[in-house]
Design a protein. Structure first.
Lengths: 499, 492
């Protein structure tokens, strides 16, 4: 008998939300349980997305070494005849007794699933830019995935991507419709950027099962840039590994990244950063024009990250520089809740301000906010008129959890040019409205549209950058529509009933 | 004398009671994406007779689920759109045995499904909806086991409409056809519905093949309704032909017993019971009328009489006929004699009704042609007056080879009234139709997203003028000038 099973029995009553994750303590649903077949298949970006991409998938622990295949996606019926076979890496994940950088974490959510899962990954390299490839992955011998088709990045030219704020709640039931709506609005998106809090409990296999089920084939065909959030952290009690089993357990508690993160996402490693930040903090030069920087705002190593970010931003000659981090607090003092928020803001604000960052894409507060900094204040501007801006930032959420924290900002001041104390003027907010954003970069122009789950556009602007690097923002008509707030939209309820 | 159950020799069927059958159960061999459970799976939305105000949904569970539920809400932008549910309804449930099917001489055992437990197929039609409106729906298996919410837009009463056509999926569906369905969802993400022109699978008794088909297709097509056409491979044939044992007999066959439980399709009262849910018409909106025939089914002459009556009575500007078998498109010279008779009858119907489009599958190659008075005299790029455009295509890995010279013979037979405009081999191709008032734009796409064929058809005062897309002037894809082709037997 497994020790873990005993723990489960002992603490079954205390672990109310474990029970919630498994209604009636029933066996794991078929869309969660690992088998000899590949599942949770996801494509991620590398340092050189024009010539390579990575894929990661899961099987049960019976699958040791396996293989993957890639072929040019020709129109031929049997395009697969020319496939090349590769040998992926395999990594074992202990889902019950998780090994983290700060010690062992008992993960009661996963008890009874089978202790280990195997995550396999491979980076396909030496590919041609802007070329469609077909690839598939194997679990046990003969148990193959479908052939998926993925296009490598172009060296230059237009790029379109989708940015999602927190999925986190009601992921399978509700977020499914958001990511599918995004796939309709931007079918040819080059990549999806997930700005943290992909799930609620970073060490819950059930939560990740929901996230992978919701995105399903979309995770496989369109590469992702996952950004870590605070819900991708887990608590570790270095002095007492079992403390996680006791609600409100005593002792020193450390928040570290869930081991699921590195197991299931194959991401670039920035060697100059401490090892704990590898695959969590990274940059991707997607094309000649676009450079994306990912910061891990849920870790307290702000100083190292800010230094790296500053160096990386200064070294980049990309026309468009976009930073994504989970927490939005770097610039908006209104949202500071504690000293850590203030420290984060103090660490990153000068880096963002001083290095020609065009956009900062964030999440965390389960609401929609779009604001900007500017060298000079400009008066209230109508649809169709441009104004000079420095950095635009967005906070968004795509899941079923919605908060009215925008209430901390007086709504009547939205659209006003009086900046918040942090230096940001807020131009558009929404509550009770899951969104996804489609961004398109083409030469000197960046187009941004925030869509609701129905596909309709709620907010829109265009940024044009001149030779001198000065940006003019012109908001679209949708940016001036009525605000969607809790008091003028449909009923809202917390997400606890959602499975 | 008929060769009853000749196909048993191929290991497909065994007559007699299932009890006492030796051999191992295939239940444990089922991949996780095949086995039924308490959770809803094999979800599909299907078209109804009034797509502006209703759509149907079908799903499957294991047989422990006696009562399943379907739910619908307006798809608002609210985080909890699901708090305002419009309707929660108990589904219609059918118990389906997979290990044996009823045959003419009693139950017939399906070896491939041996040991598979029976399944419950559930369906519900959401009715009383608003036209051109986005709804969210979900379905439940056992208590608490819900599908994710999916969004679907009802048909508009009028205006532009985009839709898809897929030919035979049939072989290596999960492995290879998935990319064709995915490519279509990239090319036409807002298509309103999709027609599947028959031979959805290779052996319609095999549960695993349906698992492959639903896995490949259900991912995107839960968001748009399907129009399903039965093909010969969606049929179960019990007899061989008396004269030619290579052929199946016309009698003693049935659409796969799982067809009706797993697809909720319009029930046409004016056709024989054997053709229910395989012969039907859908007035999609003010400008478009769809007619579905069952070219593998009984009484084709009766079907044509029904079709002609419906076409004549319809005031829709555009009329599209779909069925599985192609009128022409001789691929290997193995035309079934019955099809030749059918061709004559159908040509006569077309001559009288001037139906705009006939879209079919079956031949595993791409062939598009035109009918009409002296169409053969037109060259590509000309404005051509045509009566009917016909399209033959397939998504499958099984590929036939076009014989353009046979088309010359057809042209000669029909005194220049038929012409092949574009053909292609070794290439899965699907079609995107864009209808807007008097103009229909057609694109045939390959799975990499490249255009292979296209035309614009404009209809004014009953006269149809077709203009080919310049892509028709490019070299046709043939076995000789494309990548290596081998059969699909190695694909699972």
């Amino acid at each position: 008998m497994k020790t873990a099973g005993v723990f489960f029995a002992l603490f079954a009553t205390a672990l109310a939300d474990t029970a919630a994750a498994h209604p009636d303590h029933a066996p794991a649903p078929p869309w969660q349980q690992a088998t000899g077949w590949p599942d949770r298949i996801i494509t991620t970006l590398t340092n050189d997305p024009a010539t390579s991409f990575s894929v990661t998938w899961r099987t049960d622990e019976t699958v040791g070494r396996t293989i993957a295949q890639i072929a040019p996606a020709t129109p031929d019926a049997r395009f697969d005849i020319l496939a090349e076979t590769v040998k992926p890496k395999t990594e074992r994940l202990d889902m019950e007794v998780m090994e983290t950088e700060a010690g062992v974490r008992m993960s009661p959510f996963n008890f009874g699933l089978g202790r280990y899962a195997h995550f396999h990954s491979h980076t396909f390299e030496g590919l041609e830019p802007d070329t469609l490839y077909a690839w598939r992955v194997q679990g046990e011998r003969g148990k193959w995935s479908e052939w998926f088709q993925t296009r490598t990045a172009p060296r230059e030219g237009p790029v379109e991507f989708v940015y999602f704020g927190d999925a986190q709640q009601g992921v399978r039931s509700h977020w499914s419709r958001v990511i599918r709506a995004a796939s309709e609005a931007a079918p040819h998106a080059n990549f999806y950027l997930h700005a943290g809090d992909l799930v609620m409990k970073g060490d819950s296999d059930y939560n990740w099962a929901e996230w992978f089920a919701a995105g399903s084939f979309l995770h496989a065909r369109t590469p992702s840039i996952p950004v870590p959030g605070n819900h991708e952290n887990v608590s570790v009690h270095p002095d007492d590994p079992d403390a996680a089993l006791v609600p409100g357990g005593e002792g020193k508690r450390m928040r570290v990244r869930t081991p699921f993160w590195r197991a299931q996402f194959t991401l670039p490693v920035v060697k100059e950063l401490p090892e704990t930040l590898h695959e969590n903090v990274y940059d991707i030069r997607y094309t000649k024009d676009l450079h994306v920087f990912v910061v891990d705002s849920a870790r307290s190593t702000f100083r190292e990250q800010a230094d790296w970010l500053e160096t990386a931003l200064k070294a980049s000659d990309a026309r468009w520089k976009i930073v994504s981090m989970h927490h939005p607090y770097f610039a908006l003092q209104t949202f500071d809740r504690d000293d850590k928020d203030a420290r984060r803001r103090r660490a990153f604000t000068p880096v963002i301000d001083g290095n020609d960052v065009d956009l900062v894409l964030t999440g965390h507060i389960h609401t929609y906010v779009r604001g900007e900094t500017a060298e000079q204040r400009t008066s209230r501007i109508a649809s169709g008129e441009g104004r000079s801006v420095k950095t635009v930032f967005a906070i968004s959420a795509s899941g079923a959890k919605s908060s009215d924290i925008y209430g901390a900002l007086p709504v009547e001041r939205v659209g006003d040019d009086e900046p918040d104390v942090g230096g940001v003027a807020v131009k558009r907010v929404a509550g009770n409205t899951p969104m996804f954003q489609v961004l398109r970069i083409d030469g000197d122009t960046l187009e941004y549209a925030a869509h609701m789950a129905t596909g309709e556009v709620y907010d829109r602007f265009t940024l044009v950058k001149n030779e001198a690097g000065l940006k003019t923002l012109t908001a679209g008509e949708e940016a001036f529509g009525d605000l969607r707030l809790f008091d003028n939209t449909g009923p809202y309820r917390e997400w606890l009933d959602l499975r | 004398m008929r060769t009853r159950l000749a196909i048993a020799a191929a290991g497909l069927l065994v007559a007699g009671p299932a009890a006492g059958h030796p051999g191992h159960s295939n239940a444990e061999k089922q991949p996780p994406w095949q086995a039924s459970s308490e959770w809803p799976d094999r979800l599909i939305t299907t078209i109804t007779e009034d797509p502006a105000t209703s759509f149907s949904v079908s799903w499957r569970t294991d047989s422990s689920v006696g009562e399943a539920i379907a739910q619908i809400a307006l798809a608002t932008a609210d985080a909890r759109f699901d708090l305002n549910v419009l309707e929660t309804k108990k589904a219609k449930t059918e118990h389906v045995r997979l290990d044996m099917i009823p045959g003419p001489d009693g139950p017939v055992h399906i070896l491939e499904n041996h040991g598979l437990p029976p399944a419950h197929y559930h369906s519900h039609t959401f009715e009383g909806l608003e036209p051109d409106t986005l709804y969210a729906w979900r379905v439940r298996g056992a208590r608490g086991r819900w599908s994710p919410w999916r969004q679907l837009r009802t048909a508009p009463r009028e205006g532009p409409v985009q839709f898809l056509f897929f030919g035979d999926a049939q072989t290596a569906i999960r492995s290879h056809i998935t990319r064709t369905f995915d490519a279509a969802s990239l090319e036409a993400p807002r298509a309103r519905f999709a027609i599947h022109g028959g031979d959805l699978v290779n052996t319609a008794m095999y549960d695993k093949e349906w698992a492959e088909w639903f896995g490949a297709l259900g991912r995107t097509h839960q968001m748009i309704p399907s129009v399903l056409v039965a093909g010969n491979h969606d049929y179960v044939n019990f007899d061989r032909d008396e004269e030619d044992p290579k052929l199946f007999a016309v009698e003693n066959k049935t659409v796969a017993p799982v067809w009706r439980p797993q697809f909720a399709l319009p029930v046409e009262p004016d056709v024989p019971k054997a053709l229910r849910e395989t012969v039907y018409d859908v007035r999609y909106h003010e400008g478009l009328h769809l007619f579905v025939l069952d070219s593998s089914g009984v009484d084709f002459d009766g079907q044509l009489r029904w079709l002609e009556g419906r076409i004549v009575a319809s005031d829709a500007r555009w009329k599209l006929l779909t069925m599985h078998h192609a009128l022409h498109a001789n691929v290997a010279g193995n035309e079934h004699p019955a099809h030749l008779e059918r061709r004559e009858a159908l040509l006569a119907t077309m001559e009288r009704t001037k139906i705009d489009l006939v879209v079919t599958g079956h031949r595993h190659s791409y062939q598009r042609g035109v009918y009409g008075s002296e169409v053969a005299r037109f060259a590509a790029g000309d404005q051509q007056a045509v009566d009917t455009v016909f399209i033959i295509t397939a998504s499958s890995t099984k590929r036939g080879q076009t014989k353009p010279e046979v088309w010359d013979a057809y042209t000669e037979d029909l005194k220049g009234a038929v012409k092949l405009s574009r053909h292609g081999d070794n290439t899965p191709i699907y079609a995107v139709f864009d209808l807007d008032g008097d103009t229909l734009t057609y694109r045939a796409m390959d799975p990499t997203g490249a255009l292979y064929d296209g035309f614009t058809l404009r209809k004014r005062d009953g006269v149809k003028i077709l203009i080919d897309d310049p892509v028709v002037e490019t070299e046709p894809r043939t076995r000789a000038n494309t990548g290596l082709y081998i059969g699909w037997d190695d694909l699972r």
